[in-house]
Design a protein around this ligand. Structure first.
Ligand SMILES: Cc1ncc(COP(=O)(O)O)c(C=O)c1O
Length: 366
């Protein structure tokens, strides 16, 4: 495999000494247009030359050398029974002298999961079936002790490898996209749509696209209902990754990685990884937003504030809330002219009626 230094090192030379990288794939992954759809796909499934490809391998290019830099001899990480992340870690870790232990929680077992479990067993990873997240947490001290090598504790990695170091894989991928834009392989995408399973891909892309000076927006489609993956969480991971770069000596331009720039969390839906050709230039680069294609955004109706919200009403968000007695105190019907009069305190009607019979009508306004 030909070794070229990563874009991150070329763009921020201070990192070449402080942030080791291990090439695990040829690059760049190809981009191609889906005929007639105006949508481009970056084929990151092709990333990885160690028998297993995909987005996890990009993360391992930074995680494996970080583990070695810290003198670790084993990795302990987490996932479901059919974890792609766990398999990639086991295969590439083994190739580079690191043992892998996996704590696996239950998931429905179908044909794919059965086949994946067989691959995991064949990979040489030590498998601990911990069944639930709670049991995994309770067993953590034992798992760490069991998988230490001599005086070296295992290198602990979150599910999906979505630590700040892991997210660098997609900072690098974003810089790769920027280079493909520069060499004319594709035009600057308006948006990049990615699955959000543990967040490292979307957070890394958002940071990397900004570093590259692209105005491409990241749209994350949440495909995991077991983790909190809302915009503040993704923005925090992007900021932690930026801080890591700074701690390692990089001087970064001004970045916008604020949660208030992010959309509301999405629900489970089909993963899509695509780049769309740019049609309209956005005014500023933005951090990732997450959307649910199954619930298209409709204009939100503006409701007057209830007694709880009234003091904040000028700027704020009317909300539903419960009084201590459990009766609903809600923002009132839009027709009511004096919203401050509405609601219940401690279950007693205050001056006038509320719309507690229709709490579902109360919505948050932006
Ligand atoms: C093809 C693909 N893209 C992206 C993701 C999301 O990756 P991450 O765990 O970094 O959010 C996943 C996993 O959920 C995936 O399978």
């Amino acid at each position: 495999m030909s070794h070229v230094s990563p874009y991150l090192h070329r763009r921020l030379p201070a990192l070449a000494e402080t942030l080791p990288h291990l090439a695990l794939s040829e690059r760049p992954t190809p981009v191609r247009e889906l005929a007639g759809l105006g949508v481009w796909v970056k084929e990151d499934g092709a990333f990885g030359s160690g028998g297993w490809g995909g987005n996890k391998v990009r993360k391992l290019e930074w995680l494996i050398p970080d583990a070695r830099r810290r003198g670790r001899r084993s990795i302990l990480t987490f996932g479901g029974l059919g974890t792609n992340w766990g398999l990639a870690t086991a295969l590439y870790g083994r190739e580079h002298g690191l043992e892998t232990a996996l704590a696996l929680v239950d998931q429905p077992v179908d044909e794919h999961v059965r086949a994946q479990l067989a691959r995991l067993e064949a990979s040489g990873a030590r498998i601990h079936r911990t069944h639930t997240k709670a049991r995994t947490l309770a067993l953590l001290p034992w798992l760490i002790a069991r998988n230490a090598r001599g005086a070296h504790p295992p290198y602990l990695l979150p599910a999906g490898g979505s630590s700040a170091v892991g997210a660098l894989g997609y900072v690098e991928a974003a810089l790769e996209i920027a280079a493909q834009v520069e060499d004319g392989s594709l035009s600057e995408p308006a948006q990049v749509v990615v699955a959000v399973g543990t967040g490292g891909t979307a957070a890394g892309l958002a940071l990397g696209l900004q570093l590259a000076g692209l105005r491409t927006r990241v749209i994350g489609v949440v495909v995991n209902d077991q983790l909190r993956l809302d915009p503040p969480v993704l923005a925090r991971l992007a900021r932690r990754t930026a801080k890591l770069l700074e701690r390692r000596g990089a001087r970064l331009p001004r970045l916008r990685l604020e949660p208030d720039m992010l959309e509301r969390p999405a629900t489970r839906s089909a993963p899509v990884t695509a780049t769309a050709p740019r049609q309209r230039r956005a005014p500023l680069p933005s951090p990732p937003r997450t959307v649910s294609p199954s619930t298209p955004s409709t204009p939100r109706r503006r409701w007057p504030a209830c007694w709880r919200c009234a003091p904040r009403a000028a700027s704020a968000t009317p909300c539903c809330s419960s009084t201590p007695t459990g009766r609903v105190s809600v923002c009132t019907l839009a027709t009511w002219p004096r919203p401050r009069r509405h609601g219940f305190i401690s279950g007693l009607p205050q001056k006038t009626r509320s719309c507690s019979s229709k709490p579902a009508l109360c919505t948050r306004r932006r």
